[in-house]
Ligand binder design. Structure first.
Ligand code: EPU
Length: 419
C-alpha cells in the first residue's frame, strides 16, 4: 500500500490539464453493453475505477482494446456471462451500472448488491424499483440481484429522491424499452447529460437530460460510436481549492467552468480572484488566507457533496468560522477526525460540521477513508507545517489521475512511497 508524503507551506503556481470525468466514464463504459457495434471511448482518465470496470467487462467476455491515444474500444459481441461478481462490485459500487444495460439488451443479469460504504448506507432500491416498473422480474437472493425481462416496457418513473447512478441505470435501460419512458425528479448532474449525449450518439432518443424530467423513446437497437468523456469537475474543483488554501495562483486547462458555478462562487466568497475562459479557469489568491465560507451540499446544480471534504479543509485554515451541512450522504465526515489530528478545530453534530479556522496546521500521519476524504487530507498536507503522511491512498488512486505528478507540477513538495 503506497503512502503520500507532503511537505506543506508552498503556494501552488502554474498550469495543469484536467482529466476526463470518472463519474461520466464509468456509466459510458457500462453503456457500451447496449451497442450492436464497437464503441470507442476517449478522454478516459487513468484510474483504478476504470481498471476495475475494464476487468468487470473483460470477465463478462467483452473485448477491450486500448489504442495508442489511450482511447478504449469496447466490443460486446463476444459477451458470454451476464454476471457482476461481489469481489468487483464491493470494490466499486458503480459496477451496479451494468444492471440496466445488461437487462435491456440481453434480457437478464445477475449483479451483486454493493453492500455498505464508508460514506453512507447507499442502497440501490430505486434502481431496482424503476426496473420492476419497466416490467423486470427481480429477486434478491444470497446478496445478488437476479433480474429478467423478455422486453422492458416504458414507464413513468417518479424518483423518490435524486440519484445519479439510479437515473443513469434507468435511462440506459429505457433506451431499448418499448415506448417512451419518463424519469421524473431525475438527477441533473453534467455526467448524466454526458451519458445521454453518448447514448444519443449511439442512436438513442433521449431528451431533457440536464433537467429534472428525462424522456427516453425506446429504439430497437443502438450502434457503435466514438465518444469523448467530458472533463472532471470534481478534479477541477479540488485543484482550485489546493491553490486557494496555499495562497497560490494556478490555471487549470481542459475543463468546463460552467459545470463549476457553485464551486467558483464559493471560492470567490473565500477571497479568490477567479477568471474563466471557455475551457480554463484561473485562480489567484495573491498570498492571502481564505475567508470562511458556509457550505450546504445538495444535488446538482447546488453545491456538490463530492467537494464537501475539500471545502472542509479550506475552512479549517480559513479566517473565521463556517458551518458545513452534508445533506446527500449520512456519514460523509470521516475526514474530520483525521483533520483534527493535524490541529483542525471542528465540532461535529449529526450532518453538520462547525469549523473554526486555525492559523496553522502541523503535520501528522493520517489515513484516507474514501476518495474525497483522501483529497481533503492531501490538501491539508499542502498547508501543514512539516511532513504529512497520508496512508491508504488507494482511495485517491480510484479517482485522481497522477495526483502527485499534477501537484508537483504546481510546485508542491509531494512524493509517493511504496510501503
Ligand atoms: N439512494 C437511495 N436509494 C437508491 C439510490 C440512492 O436511497 O436506490 C440515496 C443514497 O444513499 C444517497 C442519495 O440517494 O443518500 C444520493 O446518492 P446517489 O445515488 O446520487 O449516489 P451515487 O449515484 O451512488 C454518484 C457518484 C458519487 C457522488 C453521488 C452524489 C458515481 C459513480 N458516483 O453516486 O461520487 O457522490 O453520485 O453526487 O457517479 C465520488 O466520486 O467520490 C462519489 C462518491
Amino acid at each position: 500500500m503506497d503512502k503520500l508524503i507532503i511537505t506543506g507551506g508552498i503556494p501552488l503556481q502554474g498550469e495543469i490539464r484536467i482529466s476526463g470525468a470518472k463519474n461520466a466514464a464509468l456509466p459510458i463504459l457500462a453503456a457500451t453493453l447496449l451497442a450492436d457495434g464497437p464503441v470507442k471511448v476517449g478522454n478516459i482518465p487513468h484510474l483504478q475505477d476504470i481498471t476495475t470496470t475494464m476487468e468487470l467487462l473483460g470477465r463478462m467476455g467483452v473485448e477491450l482494446v486500448i489504442d495508442e491515444c489511450m482511447d478504449i474500444e469496447v466490443d460486446c459481441s463476444t459477451i458470454r456471462e451476464l454476471f457482476a461478481p461481489y469481489e468487483l462490485v464491493k470494490s466499486m459500487r458503480a459496477s451496479i451500472l451494468v444492471l440496466g444495460p445488461m437487462l435491456a439488451r440481453f434480457g437478464q443479469a445477475v449483479v451483486s448488491l454493493p453492500g455498505g460504504c464508508a460514506i453512507g448506507s447507499r442502497p440501490v432500491n430505486l434502481h431496482i424499483e424503476g426496473l420492476v416498473k419497466m416490467g423486470a422480474e427481480i429477486d434478491v437472493e444470497s446478496g445478488y440481484i437476479h433480474a429478467k425481462a423478455r422486453k422492458l416496457k416504458a414507464a413513468r418513473l417518479v424518483m423518490d429522491l435524486v440519484t445519479v447512478t439510479g437515473t443513469e441505470n434507468l435511462m440506459m435501460a429505457a433506451t431499448l424499452a418499448e415506448g417512451t419512458t419518463l424519469i421524473e425528479n431525475a438527477a441533473r448532474e453534467p455526467e448524466v447529460v454526458d451519458l445521454a449525449n453518448c447514448l444519443n450518439a449511439m442512436g438513442a432518443k433521449i431528451s431533457g437530460a440536464g433537467s429534472d424530467t428525462i424522456a427516453v423513446e425506446g429504439v430497437d437497437r443502438l450502434n457503435g460510436t466514438h465518444y469523448d468523456v467530458l472533463p472532471d469537475r470534481i478534479e477541477s474543483g479540488t485543484y482550485l481549492v489546493a491553490a486557494a488554501i496555499t495562497g497560490g495562483h494556478i490555471r487549470i486547462k481542459d475543463t468546463r467552468p460552467r459545470m463549476l458555478e457553485t464551486v467558483i462562487d464559493k471560492l470567490r466568497e473565500a477571497g479568490a480572484e477567479v477568471v474563466v475562459g471557455d475551457e480554463w479557469i484561473d485562480l489567484d489568491m495573491r498570498g492571502r488566507r481564505p475567508c470562511a465560507t458556509n457550505i450546504r451540499t445538495s444535488p446538482y446544480p447546488a453545491f456538490p457533496t463530492d467537494m464537501q471534504a475539500q471545502f472542509t479543509t479550506l475552512n479549517v485554515v480559513a479566517e473565521g468560522a463556517a458551518t458545513i451541512s452534508e445533506t446527500v450522504f449520512e456519514n460523509r465526515f470521516m475526514h474530520v477526525h483525521e483533520l483534527q489530528r493535524l490541529g483542525a478545530d471542528i465540532q461535529l453534530e449529526g450532518n453538520t460540521a462547525f469549523v473554526r479556522g486555525v492559523e496553522r496546521l502541523t503535520a501528522a500521519p493520517v489515513m484516507a477513508t474514501d476518495l474525497r476524504a483522501s483529497a481533503s487530507l492531501v490538501l491539508a498536507g499542502l498547508v501543514a507545517e512539516g511532513d504529512t503522511v497520508v496512508d491508504r491512498i488507494y482511495h485517491i488512486d480510484r479517482g485522481y489521475e497522477s495526483i502527485e505528478e499534477k501537484l508537483a507540477k504546481l510546485g508542491a513538495r509531494i512524493r509517493r512511497v511504496p510501503v
